[in-house]
Design a protein around this ligand. Structure first.
Ligand SMILES: [Zn+2]
Length: 60
């Protein structure tokens, strides 16, 4: 019994950019292999695919 791995990502800032365009990142997609940042538009565009990949969408 260990301490559960708590994911405590730093809040997104204006310096964080969408991985698909240059817009400011609004959400974080946490995947088993890493994480991606998306703007609102791309978060919606990729939501289904991200869910299939097991991503957890975290509003920043
Ligand atoms: Zn974008």
């Amino acid at each position: 019994m260990g301490t559960p791995q708590a994911v405590t990502p730093a809040p997104l800032t204006r310096a964080d950019r969408c991985d698909r365009c240059s817009a400011a990142a609004l959400v974080r997609a946490v995947l088993p292999v890493g994480e991606l940042l998306f703007c609102g538009h791309h978060a919606r565009a990729f939501r289904a695919g991200l869910a299939e990949a097991g991503a957890v969408i975290v509003p920043g």
